[in-house]
Design a protein around this ligand. Structure first.
Ligand code: BG6
Length: 486
């Protein structure tokens, strides 16, 4: 594997969950793959006085567990850890930034990535201090974690501030769903083959469903989650980005702006929501106590750090429409939640059934074709078709054409591996541009406003189930069913 150019990865929020669970394991895998040049360094920053050894100890359990037993090797980890250093830094201290600048001075011309894995409230201040301490150089890049802001206004203010320091070409707004292998494959399938294009539109497609279901609850992130909620945590970013990839027109090339122009058009074609359509077409849920994998789990309100009267949503289901020539009349059903029945992320394209059934002996001849693009737990693409059952009669049965992604490669890169290497290489194709982000915030604004004005509690659902009854009604109204009910 070809090594990338020398770089420093500076992680603000280095003691946070994301660093230990995702960023460091991602860099470990790239280190083991031989993609990191000898000079590449990782500098984790945090407020705690841990020292380098203390830091390495503090992240070890989470990082090694997330690397996975099959890939973790103690010697390689020691070798990799040689690249990591830890500095104590308070994001509001000018002196601490001066000390950081001193620390980094010896290699000032190399690519320097500032990864802001902190609360978005700190983004603007950090960028200003990077500028004052002369750390924002033409070779610097800044990665902004999601959710970027709380609404359109705050996102725009943060972006405006970041852009006084960094040029748009240096800003990488990350949405790790775009780095997932199956999402790349969905683009490959759509734009690397000619057979899908004539099928990819209204008249052929009856509806599209996107589900991001998690079994996990809020996992010790109670305070963050309660002030964020599912709409900001999953819908405004991951779900809407997936929707864009499914619905976008073929870009003229894979260049960053060509791809992002097409995604932006999808966001701008979404039918705007009104208070009436929010009430009718958006379901907000919150989990109650239940069972996951046979073990009892607490309800959201009983989780540590959650106020007993919290109305924060842990589940959202909605129906969206894209008003353009390709998609007019096709409902897009989107759904995501915590503590659901399954851990599954998938896009399902439901095609219309045959216009005139001619196999009278087949009970199942009416089953329409369906394309599954599964992101999790196992990346897969399946085409569900009807075929003849062997025998002397013309009886059909459903079969699967399976694109065996697991068989193509020994190991699929984690989304963060790909995206971090893209930042080093300066490739912004899989990162969100400011106008896209604004369009996504704009579309969810009526949802936030209507919920605030209604002042109602979310619909309860039992942990370990597929969400509140209202989510089923949402699709049943149009004589549809969610994927798992088929
Ligand atoms: C993160 C959210 O962006 O995505 C988490 O903040 C969520 O709440 C996670 O659990 C899901 O990511 P993945 O890749 O595990 O599906």
């Amino acid at each position: 594997m070809k090594a990338v150019d020398p770089f420093d990865l500076v992680i603000f929020g280095g003691t946070g969950d994301l660093a230990a669970r995702k960023l460091l394991p991602a860099m470990y895998h790239r280190h083991v793959a031989g993609q990191l040049p000898d000079e590449a360094r990782i500098i984790a920053l945090g407020r705690k006085d841990l020292g380098r050894e203390g830091y390495l100890e503090s992240i070890f359990d989470k990082s090694s567990a997330n690397i996975g037993a099959a890939y973790f090797d103690a010697e390689r980890w020691r070798d990799f850890a040689g690249r990591i250093d830890y500095l104590q830094l308070d994001a509001s201290s000018d002196e601490n930034f001066a000390a950081l600048a001193d620390y980094l001075r010896d290699a000032s011309s190399r690519i320097r990535i500032f990864y802001l894995s902190t609360s978005p409230d700190l983004f603007a201040g950090i960028c200003q201090r990077l500028a004052h301490s002369e750390l924002a150089q033409p070779s610097s890049r800044v990665v902004l974690e999601k959710p970027l802001g709380r609404d359109l206004k705050s996102a725009d203010e943060i972006n405006a501030c970041v852009e006084t320091v960094f040029d748009e070409r240096q800003i990488y707004r990350i949405d790790h769903y775009l780095g997932k292998e199956a999402v790349q494959n969905l683009m490959a399938l759509r734009f690397g083959n000619s057979i899908f294009e004539p099928l990819w539109s209204h008249g052929k497609i009856r509806d599209v469903q996107i589900t991001l279901a998690e079994r996990l609850g809020v996992e010790g992130r109670g305070e963050f989650y309660d002030t964020t909620g599912n709409l900001r945590d999953m819908v405004q970013n991951h779900l809407m980005q997936l929707l864009c990839i499914v619905a976008m027109e073929p870009p003229i090339s894979m260049d960053a702006d060509n791809v992002r122009d097409e995604k932006l058009k999808v966001l701008r074609s979404l039918e705007p929501l009104t208070p009436e359509t929010v009430i009718k077409n958006v379901v907000r849920g919150q989990y109650q106590a239940g069972n996951i994998d046979g073990s009892p789990v607490a309800g959201y309100l009983q989780e540590p750090g959650i106020p007993a009267d919290s109305r924060t949503e842990t589940f959202v289901a909605l129906k969206a429409r894209i008003n353009n020539w390709r998609w007019a009349g096709v409902p897009f059903y989107l759904r995501t939640g915590k503590r659901m029945h399954d851990h599954v992320s998938e896009v399902v394209i439901n095609f219309f059934g045959v216009p005139h059934p001619i196999f009278p002996h087949s009970q199942e001849a009416e089953i329409p074709n369906r394309l599954y693009i599964r992101l999790q737990p196992q990346e897969a693409i399946e085409w569900h078709l009807m075929a003849k059952q062997p025998g002397d009669r013309n009886v059909l049965k459903p079969v699967k054409l399976d694109l065996d992604l697991a068989g193509m490669n020994e190991r699929h890169l984690d989304a963060y591996e790909r995206l971090l290497m893209d930042v080093v290489r300066g490739n912004q194709t899989l990162f969100v541009r400011r106008d896209e982000l604004n369009a996504a915030w704009q579309w969810v604004t009526p949802i936030m406003k209507t919920w605030a004005a209604l002042d109602q509690a979310p619909e309860p659902y039992e942990a370990g189930t597929s969400g509140p009854a209202a989510a089923h009604d949402l699709v049943a109204r149009n004589r549809r069913r969610w994927i798992e009910e088929h």
